[in-house]
Structures are given as structure tokens and as C-alpha cells.
Design a binder for this molecule. Structure first.
Ligand code: COA
Length: 322
């Protein structure tokens, strides 16, 4: 049986850091409010001339280097993003050209904050079916471009960044199981309510901004993530104590803590980057994963539970032996 294993990870954050104190000067908020309600202390924000692919490229190069794989060996590229460089071509095609390669399939996946899990699950299926042997899976976002910087209820929450993994075919089990879900009936709770074919006038007016009913999103997220933890453990016949690390989507420390509690997991087994990165949407999980791999916390052979929740609503999980 062929499995998909993570051969290498990489990430990239734009240089510019915006602290909560900086935001106090912009909107009616306080460092204390942001820390207490979300756990966020700072976020990285892309420079005006930096695009999603500009962040995805160095993250991808680092993942390729860690995997010891040349870009020419890739036979699949998937980019999860909500903030693509262009309407078309896809960011995956643009990234492919930046990496100096061509020919293999390259496409974007859009599942907002769950995008990386969706992309990972898709790449894993390509590998398990024998269609691919070496896949680059990226989550990259410049979410700052779709934020209303005068809206304190949203602008304090998000940041920009990119994370990547190289998945390769292996005889040994790496990705143990993936679980994807969506419920479009919740679309109105978290959205940018306009686009190219709907309320385009808002886009033209530069008013394409994230709108969120935060409190309602919070409740559904906690409940749903609790359920997907059960679903993942049941599917793999594993118990809570088999998991070495929780690598959650980084939206809010309170949501992360609730999931850890559900797993009876102490917070020192949870990779937390939301304090330094904010919510980087599709980039948040591969960013957190790369941080903990590079600082030596996550070691080969350990079991990782990745989980995410985002606009759509979408949600998903992946259980991985690293
Ligand atoms: N600074 C200060 N006050 C703020 C504020 C800010 N940045 N943002 C909102 N407030 C105020 C609200 O206006 C409200 O004031 P009111 O009581 O006078 O009306 C009060 O704080 C409480 O707002 P509420 O929205 O109920 O707070 P909350 O405890 O739910 O926290 C979030 C808000 C957004 C942090 C929280 O709901 C959340 O994290 N939701 C999930 C968001 C998420 O994860 N989204 C992405 C999913 S991928």
C-alpha cells in the first residue's frame, strides 16, 4: 500500500510586524482586550508590493530544501488561498513558474481557513491513488488586503504569511486519515459578501472586506471541532493519548484551548502561534507545523492532529505520523 508522508516543511512571514499597541492607534481597541479575547499579541503584515505568491515562494523553497527534493521532481502543486494574486491564472500556476518548473498539475483550493487541510487531503488522495509521488502543498494568504482596517471586530484578528509541506509517496504510513466537511448554510456568518460575479460594485469601490458574526462563529467552531476530533480518533481506532501534538488552525486561543481540553491534552502539547501570527487563514497550520518542526518539538515518528475551521463553513482534520 502506498501512503503519503511529510518529507519537509517550510514557512515564510513578511517582515513588517503590527502589534496590538499599533492597532490601538488605529481603532477603538486595547492590547488587553485583544489578548484576553483572542490570545493575539502581534501579526505580520505584507508590504504593499508583496503578494500571496511572493510569500508562498520562499515557504515552498524552504519545504523543498528540508525534503531534499528539487522542484523539478514535483508532480503536483496545490495552493490553498483566499487571497490569490490574480483572478487567473491560479496562484499554484504562478508559483510553479516561480519555482522554474512546468508540466505537472497545479491548482488552487479555496476553503478559507480550512484550505490547507483541504489541499493536504487532496494531495494525499493523488499520492495514494498512484497519480503523484511528490506533491507541494501550500497555504498562503495576504488576508490584510480583505480587512476593513476601521472595523475593530475583524482587523485585530488576522495576519499574513505562508506555510508549505512536501508530501511524498512512502511505504510507511504518514497521513493516517483526513476528514473534510462543509455546510454552506452558514455562509452569512463569515464572508466577504462580494466578488467578481456578485456585488462587483463593492469590489470596484475597494470595499471587499471580511464580515463576521464573531460570537456565533465562535460557538459553532468549538462545537464542530470537538466533533471532528471524535470522528478522527474513531476512524483510526486511536485514543486521545496516542496523539503527541495538536497543530490546530490558529484563530483564537480560546477555541484552541477548548479543543485541547476535549482531547485531555495539556497546552504544552499544543502548537500555538496565534499570539505571534494572528489568524493567517489557510497559512496558519503549515506555519505552526513548520515552527514546531524547526524548533525541534515535533520529531519523526510522532502523531500529529491537525484541525481547522473556517468560512463556508468548512472544517477538517488530518491525523499524521510525522
Ligand atoms: N476591541 C475592543 N472591543 C471590541 C473589539 C475590539 N477589537 N471587537 C469587539 N469589541 C466589543 C464588541 O463591540 C462588544 O461590545 P458591546 O458588548 O458593547 O457590544 C464586545 O467587545 C464583545 O463582543 P463579542 O463579539 O461578543 O466578543 P467575543 O467575546 O465573542 O470576542 C471574537 C470576539 C471575535 C474575538 C470572538 O467572537 C471570536 O474569536 N470568534 C471566532 C472568530 C474566528 O475564529 N473567526 C475565524 C474562524 S476561521
Amino acid at each position: 500500500m502506498t501512503f503519503a508522508r511529510i518529507a519537509g516543511t517550510g514557512s515564510y512571514l513578511p517582515e513588517n510586524i503590527v502589534t496590538n499597541k499599533d492597532l490601538e492607534r488605529r481603532v477603538d481597541t486595547t492590547d488587553q482586550w485583544i489578548r484576553e479575547r483572542t490570545g493575539i499579541e502581534q501579526r505580520h503584515i505584507a508590504a504593499e508590493d508583496q503578494s500571496t505568491v511572493d510569500l508562498a515562494e520562499p515557504a515552498s523553497r524552504r519545504a523543498l530544501e528540508a525534503a531534499g527534493i528539487d522542484a523539478s521532481e514535483l508532480d503536483l502543486i496545490i495552493v490553498a488561498t483566499t487571497t490569490p494574486d490574480k483572478i487567473f491564472p491560479s496562484s499554484a500556476c504562478l508559483l510553479q513558474a516561480r519555482l522554474g518548473v512546468g508540466g505537472c498539475p497545479a491548482f488552487d483550493v479555496q476553503a478559507v481557513c480550512s484550505g490547507f487541510i483541504y489541499a493536504l487531503a487532496t494531495a494525499e488522495k493523488f499520492i495514494r491513488s498512484g497519480s503523484s509521488k511528490k506533491a507541494l502543498v501550500v497555504g498562503a494568504e495576504v488576508f490584510s488586503r480583505i480587512l476593513n482596517w476601521d472595523d475593530r471586530t475583524t482587523c485585530v484578528l488576522f495576519g499574513d504569511g505562508a506555510g508549505a509541506v512536501v508530501l511524498e509517496a512512502s511505504e510507511e504510513a504518514g497521513v493516517l486519515s483526513t476528514h473534510l466537511h462543509a455546510d454552506g448554510n452558514y455562509a452569512d456568518l463569515l464572508q466577504v459578501p462580494c466578488g467578481i460575479s456578485h456585488h462587483y460594485e463593492q469590489v470596484k469601490a475597494g470595499q471587499a472586506f471580511v464580515e463576521m458574526r464573531g460570537n456565533e462563529v465562535f460557538k459553532v467552531a468549538v462545537n464542530t471541532l470537538g466533533k471532528i476530533v471524535d470522528e478522527t480518533l474513531e476512524a483510526t481506532q486511536m485514543s486521545k493519548s496516542d496523539i503527541d501534538w495538536l497543530v490546530p488552525h490558529q484563530a483564537n486561543l480560546r477555541i484552541i484551548s477548548a479543543t485541547a481540553k476535549k482531547l485531555d491534552m495539556p497546552m504544552d502539547q499544543v502548537v500555538v502561534t496565534v499570539n505571534r501570527h494572528g489568524n493567517t487563514s489557510a497559512a496558519s497550520i503549515p506555519l505552526a507545523l513548520d515552527v514546531a518542526v524547526r524548533d525541534g518539538r515535533i520529531k519523526r515518528g510522532q502523531v500529529l492532529l491537525l484541525e481547522a475551521f473556517g468560512g463556508g463553513f468548512t472544517w477538517g482534520s488530518a491525523l499524521i505520523r510525522y
